[in-house]
Design a protein around this ligand. Structure first.
Ligand code: NAP
Length: 306
């Protein structure tokens, strides 16, 4: 069967594209991934999504977007896309454990981005053994402990603030002397007595046999190396776009973000893109949702001339 449109990804961009294409009667198939819902599934309260003056929990927001898309006829599958063939139409999309491809006239890629890591060997070894990228998922395990959050952006500040619910001491490790985060988040972090900001500091190595026990810090100004006991570290230093199945097919920048040619089009006619996988600048739930809406409207127009 050849579908009108396949949407790959199920964060705010993919699900909004699902709502709009479903309401246009395009009967979209959403290949939402095994772990669906995108980054908001790992978030606690979202305070800046319009329409929720008292905030909304990230997973609840995503669950509602999914319900809304399904209500209008979108068909959702928890499947990971492994391979695509965009060389001719209909486009082909393979999912894990399936031999036959899904086929569609148009595809919207909304695969989002994943947490970036520091790239240390010891980080790999001790990952999930004291090192994490998700405070919401793992914060509870660090009740009463001394922990670190690495990064200086909004995410790192948000994680640090959230972790004060559990940890006795939260050290925010930032490589510069100025936070990248928005003013309001900076203020909250700097005013919080549980959080200590360690300026001009990077992690040289994580130490511990079976779980994280100590960390080697380096001062980026003086070069001084110090070692301290620390039981948890949350890495929050940005994201890497999920573009593996599309490498070599779609134009991407040097970090792997898909380049948008015009409106929401990629370099391949009929392949559209939305959300964090193309957004190097804004990366907000609301901007991702908006770009999913735009991609859906562009697909609808494009299919009229198919
Ligand atoms: P980000 O804004 O890109 O910040 C990444 C931080 O990690 C920066 O402070 C950066 O340092 C640091 N960093 C990067 N690579 C590093 C490395 N190898 N070692 C040490 N530090 C490193 O990423 P983000 O905080 O994930 O936020 C992404 C976007 O989402 C932003 O636009 C943000 O505003 C938005 N966001 C918004 C909210 C909200 O509004 N509630 C919440 C979360 C995220 P430098 O500063 O030195 O570059």
């Amino acid at each position: 069967m050849v579908y009108e449109v396949i949407i790959i990804g199920s964060g705010p961009a993919g699900l909004t594209a699902g709502i709009y294409t479903a309401r246009s009667n395009l009967k979209p198939v959403i290949l939402g991934g095994f772990t669906w819902g995108g980054q908001l599934m790992n978030t606690t309260e979202v305070e800046n999504y319009p329409g929720f003056p008292d905030g909304v929990m990230g997973p609840e927001l995503m669950e509602n977007m999914k319900k809304q898309a399904e209500k209008f006829g979108a068909v959702f599958h928890n499947k990971d896309v492994t391979k695509v063939d965009f060389s001719e139409r209909p486009f082909k999309v393979w999912t894990e454990y399936e031999d036959d491809p899904w086929e569609a006239k148009a595809v919207i890629i909304a695969t989002g981005a994943n947490p970036r890591l520091l790239g240390l060997e010891s980080e790999k070894r001790l990952f999930s053994r004291g090192i994490s990228t998700c405070a919401t998922c793992d914060g509870f395990f660090f009740t009463g402990k001394k922990i670190a959050v690495v990064g200086g952006g909004d995410s790192a500040c948000e994680e640090a603030l959230f972790l004060t619910r559990y940890a006795d001491e939260v050290h925010l490790i930032h490589r510069r002397d100025e936070l990248r985060a928005s003013k309001i988040m900076q203020e909250r972090v700097l005013e919080d007595e549980t959080i200590t900001v360690r300026w001009n500091t990077v992690i040289e190595e994580f130490l511990g046999e079976t779980s994280l026990e100590r960390v080697k810090f380096k001062n980026t100004v003086t070069g001084e190396i110090t070692e301290e006991s620390l039981e948890g570290a949350f890495i929050s230093i940005g994201h890497i776009p999920n573009t593996d199945p599309f490498k070599g097919l779609l134009d991407m920048d040097e970090e792997g973000f898909i380049i948008v040619n015009k409106q929401t089009r990629t370099n391949i006619d009929g392949i559209f893109v939305a959300g964090d996988v193309e957004d190097v600048r804004y990366k907000q739930a609301v901007t991702a949702a908006a770009s999913g809406c735009k991609a859906a409207l562009d697909v609808e127009k494009w299919l009229e001339g198919f």
